[in-house]
Each structure stands twice: as structure tokens, then as C-alpha cells.
Design a protein. Structure first.
Length: 271
């Protein structure tokens, strides 16, 4: 198993934590949009209380280690690698619990180019441990609002990991997956599972709308999230996500392999 010190060095060296590529300007902009309840950054979450900028800064400081100083408005953002490791340990422990219970699981990503391999490794290990890895609504089309207008995407699965694809595209970079923040895919998948008589997931593992959308519907979810995505951390603070790991969610895919191995090694699952 990768030692904690080695993992910490990897997080900093790969810019998964420490100084990251996400900018302070980008994070503050997203926090302001979240405070205004802009659906583009809520990721399917309906917050129970008001989250002004000051409260979001305090929350993101506790969860990620970003600066809580509102006058700090430029430069690269920071994620505390020790907070990342602590959250990753708890994330791993929940994976281990799912494996021990043979729970049905759903994995989905809005960052397939970066995170597909990470989630696919978890899906393979959970399947080998006896967990049903759910794949409802394969091929179903979903209309997604983008900055270019509404675009139709298709639900697809690669090694048990759900994502959106451009219609008619197969085998492209990220297995044809496209980036999305939308909760519509997970709502579509869960509705299809319910209509088919189940099973429903005991745990959703993902990011963006996959995790927040599931948590909003009362299904337990754990997530990875960047410092400019406050919704998962608010969801955790309000009790709708069980764990959120702070890290840069858009570095090269190979950088997440040591994290996947660390998670599986911690709970004794093979990969």
C-alpha cells in the first residue's frame, strides 16, 4: 500500500492538491453563483438554508483548505493535501463497507477524460467483491443545457461507469464521454432502475451532478470535488452526501491511478 507520505508527495507533485490549476477567481465566481442559487453550479442540490459567500468561504476553508480571506481574489487556488488524504481514507472505508455488504452500487462521472479510469478500477473491484454494479438506462437520450444551447446526449457505460456521450460517437477520447455538471443523467438512471423494479443503488460513487443529484433524492453518495465546486461540500454539510474528497478533478487521468490503488489497498480489495 502506498504510504501516507508517498501519497501526499504524489498529490502535491501531480497538482491534485497543494497548489492546483483551479484559480481563485474561478472559485470565487462559482461561490457567488452558488450563493445566488444559480442552477448551473447547484449540480442538482436544493440547499436547505442560505449560503452567502462568507459561509461558503468558511465551509470551503474547513473542507478543502482554501483561503477564507475574501480579499484574496487572484492566483492559483490551494487544497490542503492532508484534508484530501483524510477524506480519501473515509471514502475508502465506505467503499469497503459497500463491498462487505455486497451493496448494489452506481458509479458515474461528469469528468470522463480525467476520472473514468479511477472509477472503473473501483467498479471492477466492487464487482469482484460481489456488489452488483448497476447500468440502467443504457443508450437513453438526455437533453442537456450547454453554453451552446440544448444538446442531446446519450447515456453510456464503460467498465460499469456511467457517463454522457455525444450521440453517434464511440471509442473517442474518454471513451466518447463528455463533460457535464447536470443532475439529469443520474435522475434518468435512477428512474429507469425504479421503473424496472430495481435494484436501486445502496451507494452512488461519482462527481458533479451524479453525486449531488443522487444525494438530493435521498440515496447515499460519496464524491470527488474540486475547490470551485461548492455543491458537494454543501451537500455533505447538510447531510445529503456522506463523504467528499477535495482534489483537482481535471488533471491527466494517469495521476488518479495511485489514488485508486490506495483506496482499494486500504480496504483489502484487489485491482
Amino acid at each position: 500500500m502506498l504510504a501516507t507520505g508517498e501519497l501526499r508527495a504524489h498529490l502535491i507533485g501531480a497538482r491534485l492538491a497543494g497548489t492546483i490549476a483551479t484559480t481563485r477567481e474561478q472559485s470565487l465566481g462559482r461561490y457567488r453563483l452558488f450563493a445566488a442559487r444559480d442552477p448551473r453550479v447547484l449540480l442538482g442540490l436544493d440547499p436547505e438554508r442560505e449560503w452567502p459567500l462568507s459561509a461558503l468561504l468558511r465551509l470551503m476553508g474547513r473542507k478543502c483548505g482554501v483561503s477564507v480571506d475574501p480579499t484574496h481574489t487572484s492566483g492559483p487556488d490551494m487544497i490542503d493535501p492532508d484534508r484530501t488524504i483524510a477524506a480519501l481514507d473515509r471514502f475508502a472505508d465506505r467503499i469497503g463497507l459497500a463491498a462487505g455488504r455486497a451493496e448494489p452500487v452506481l458509479l458515474g462521472t461528469g469528468h470522463p477524460q480525467a476520472l473514468l479510469e479511477f472509477y472503473a478500477g473501483l467498479a471492477d473491484a466492487l464487482s469482484a467483491a460481489g456488489c452488483p454494479v448497476l447500468t440502467p438506462a443504457y443508450g437513453v437520450r438526455v437533453d442537456i443545457a450547454t453554453r451552446f444551447g440544448v444538446r442531446t446526449r446519450a447515456l453510456g457505460y464503460v467498465r460499469g461507469v456511467a457517463m454522457l456521450r455525444e450521440t453517434g460517437v464511440r471509442g473517442a477520447s474518454g471513451a466518447g464521454g463528455v463533460h457535464t455538471h447536470s443532475p439529469l443523467p443520474v435522475r434518468t438512471v435512477l428512474a429507469a432502475a425504479a421503473d424496472a423494479g430495481g435494484p436501486l443503488p445502496g451507494l452512488v460513487i461519482g462527481d458533479h451532478g451524479w453525486a449531488c443529484g443522487a444525494g438530493q433524492l435521498g440515496i447515499e453518495a460519496i464524491a470527488l470535488a474540486d475547490s470551485d465546486d461548492p455543491a458537494p461540500f454543501v451537500g455533505q454539510a447538510e447531510g445529503r452526501l456522506s463523504e467528499v474528497v477535495p482534489l483537482d478533478d481535471a488533471v491527466p487521468a494517469a495521476s488518479y491511478r495511485p489514488l485508486m490503488r490506495y483506496v482499494l489497498d486500504r480496504v483489502g480489495l484487489s485491482y
